[in-house]
Ligand binder design. Structure first.
Ligand SMILES: [Zn+2]
Length: 432
């Protein structure tokens, strides 16, 4: 089944899924329970990795009456998935009939994710629902800036008919070239990772470019710090909408027009936030663990995303009953471990350094608990680079007992996973 059929079917499915957003909390919990029981029946019959679990606990499914039962499943990390990859593939679906996408991961270990045709239809439907919620109209043209290996492989006729309003631009291009392309296209929607959007915004502001006037900016894939958010919104005169998803599990959560957090697509995933094996209370930071309902080729139950976040129990004024992730803090590998034993996320330092006008881009490399290297790309327009001020800002934010080495660089490269990482930790410490 190709995109010719998947996209219209995705639209029909969107019409069906549309009403889920307005269902009551208990109706949504019931819906999730139904989907999980269906998923567990499916993996028991078809997926060797999970069949091993059922051999040990044969009555497992019969006792499955509440969502908390899911905790009996082990948490699957990326390395468990990689080590047992063949055993995660369903025997019911021919992998050759599936779309493939490589998720290379920050450690560089590649995983090929497979999406069966029905899952692709779901992906289109969730995309339609999200875009509809934030007010994207079908007639809008959009520029998507992303890893060029993710571009859809489509022939020119399909491109002409289905993608006539979508332009794919490579994230690996020089930002000034991207600005030129955006000036030519002037798309109503621009979607891209925050690091590249920030670089584009800076060029637009420095050169007072007025020809790029999008209605919406969508950011995903990397954590957006508040300084970058300010800069991007100033350059484009519009609010940013953030979305959250993984190559392994797309369409997890998204911001609505009220920007109160990320609404979780509870009809696509079951999302847990856990610390030391227990559910976190609202506002408590923990690991984001996701069960995907709709990927039947490589079903993932309790997949460890490697990201940290926290939930909120507040209700969104938009009236949707999809619960909210309050904040996503990025990868567990991005945390800084301090000499006093405390663990902190890096945003406090990043935000402090970005208030210095001569800092254009930065990267923190934690070499040891008491040694951090700060790479800085200078903003030449500010013309006031001051190493002592950087060190003082770092010490004031994280403490005097850490040594900071400042390295002025002309550019900061993307990681092995082709994403920009603001922190590289060489400590390999685990988050609970
Ligand atoms: Zn909302």
């Amino acid at each position: 089944m190709n995109r010719w059929i998947q996209r219209p079917l995705g639209f029909l499915l969107f019409l069906k899924l549309y009403s889920n957003q307005w269902k009551s909390y208990s109706q949504l919990r019931q819906l999730q329970l139904k989907k999980i029981v269906r998923l567990i029946r499916y993996v028991k019959k078809n997926v060797p990795f999970y069949q091993q679990i059922f051999e040990k606990e044969p009555t497992f499914l019969e006792n499955f009456h509440s969502l908390t039962e899911i905790k009996k499943f082990p948490i699957i990390t990326k390395s468990i998935l990689n080590k047992n990859y063949e055993n995660f593939i369903s025997r019911r679906i021919d992998p050759h009939s599936c779309a493939k996408l490589n998720s290379s991961g920050s450690t560089g270990e590649p995983t090929t994710m497979l999406y069966d045709p029905i899952h692709q239809i779901f992906n289109f439907a969730f995309d339609y629902r999200y875009k509809h919620a934030i007010g994207v109209k079908f007639r809008y043209n959009q520029a998507i800036i992303e890893d060029s290996s993710y571009f859809p492989k489509i022939n020119s006729i399909t491109k002409h008919i289905l993608y006539s309003r979508t332009f794919y631009l490579s994230v690996f291009q020089d930002p000034s070239l991207l600005v030129q392309q955006l000036q030519r296209l002037n798309p109503a929607i621009i979607a891209g990772p925050p690091s590249i959007m920030e670089a584009i915004a800076r060029i637009i502001l420095e050169n007072r470019i007025r020809k790029i006037t999008p209605r919406k900016i969508i950011c995903s894939n990397e954590v957006l710090d508040y300084k970058a958010r300010e800069l991007i919104e100033e350059a484009f005169h519009t609010k940013i909408f953030e979305t959250y998803g993984l190559t392994e599990i797309p369409h997890v959560a998204w911001e609505c027009n009220f920007h109160t957090g990320f609404h979780i697509n509870v009809d696509n995933v079951l999302l847990e936030i856990v610390k030391n094996g227990k559910d976190c209370a609202p506002h408590e930071i923990g690991r984001i663990i996701i069960t995907s309902f709709n990927n039947k080729v490589i079903p993932l139950i309790r997949y460890d995303t490697g990201d940290l976040g926290c939930l909120t129990d507040e209700k969104c004024p938009c009236g949707r009953n999809f619960p909210l992730i309050e904040k996503i803090y990025g990868r567990t590998n991005d945390l800084l471990h301090l000499p006093n034993g405390k663990i902190t996320h890096p945003w406090i330092l990043i935000n402090a350094l970005k208030t210095l006008s001569f800092v254009k881009q930065l990267q923190i490399i934690q070499e040891k608990e008491d040694l951090m290297v700060i790479k800085i790309v200078e903003n030449h327009a500010a013309n006031s680079f001051n190493e002592t001020l950087i060190i003082n800002t770092c010490k004031k934010t994280l403490g005097d007992e850490i040594n900071f080495r400042i390295k002025k660089v002309s550019r900061i490269d993307r990681g092995k996973d082709r994403k920009f990482h603001v922190v590289i930790s060489k400590l390999h410490q685990k988050y609970p």
